[in-house]
Design a protein around this ligand. Structure first.
Ligand code: 6PG
Length: 248
């Protein structure tokens, strides 16, 4: 099913099916060629099951680890050792076991400020991409994973915040968060996130029903404004879908 704005909605039964569907799509983005593959991970609780699946033999044996580079779409400005750190969760569950450390690209939260961390990460992304300007014909990422917060935020792009209007910078500091954890954030901007072959949202659980209904009704939420220049897919499970959103 695709809605008016070319977003594809894929319904699955439950969180386990959602993780399997996401893992399948991630593997499908790893074509058999010698080029580097760039995956932009996300934080929050939604991707945890996916990360656990990627650590299992069935999946990890299909990942060409030397060629895949792992980035993160947003970070809480806390030390890497803090359990709220987004990249730390991915590292703990699968990256540190299987990915070469040079292929793991965390947002540097040891910087003096979120703005400095953002500037450093932007430089790292540009060095990886090999240019200072994004070329629509050559996406920065093969796959960008995303989640949706209760207020409709995605990455650390909160409703009404200036970061949403950024058109030049690839990464910005966000002095305060709109939802827990209330720590400063660093986030990729809409144009940087859009530069991908596929943007994949994971939306699961009854707690997401209200915001999913609003998103599917087309409200101008950050999560609705985040679109890939390629394919945008929302993977949603049955418990997140209410009668209203099914009809939408
Ligand atoms: C973060 C995120 C954030 C998250 C959504 C959904 O740092 O919190 O990157 O954008 O994806 O808030 O969070 P849940 O998956 O926990 O519902």
């Amino acid at each position: 099913m695709a809605d008016g704005d070319q977003r594809k909605l894929v319904e699955v039964a439950d969180p386990a099916a959602l993780a399997r569907a996401a893992a399948g799509r991630l593997l499908a983005r790893m074509p058999d060629n010698p080029a580097f593959i760039a995956i932009c991970l996300t934080g929050g609780s939604s991707p945890k099951q996916l990360y656990e699946l990627l650590a299992t033999e069935d999946y990890r044996s299909k990942i060409p680890w030397n060629r895949v580079h792992w980035f993160i779409g947003d970070e809480r400005f806390v030390p890497a050792s803090d359990e709220r750190n987004n990249m730390a969760m991915a590292r703990r569950i699968f990256l540190d076991h299987w990915a070469p450390s040079a292929n793991i690209h965390p947002i540097p939260t040891d910087a003096a400020s979120p703005d400095e961390a953002a500037a450093r990460y932007e430089r790292e992304l540009k060095a990886f991409y090999g240019a200072d300007e994004l070329d629509p014909a050559r996406p920065l990422f093969d796959l960008v994973l995303m989640g949706v917060g209760p207020d409709g935020h995605t990455a650390s792009l909160f409703p009404g915040y200036p970061a949403l209007r950024e058109t030049v910078r690839w990464v910005v500091g966000v002095p305060e968060a709109h939802v827990e954890p209330f720590v400063p954030r660093v986030t990729l901007t809409l144009p940087a996130l859009a530069s991908c072959r596929e943007m994949l949202f994971e939306v699961s659980g009854a707690g997401k029903r209200a915001i999913l209904t609003r998103a599917l009704a087309g409200e101008a939420l950050p999560a609705n404004r985040a679109r890939s220049n390629g394919e945008t897919v929302w993977l949603v499970d049955e418990s997140a879908l209410s009668g209203d959103s099914r009809a939408a």
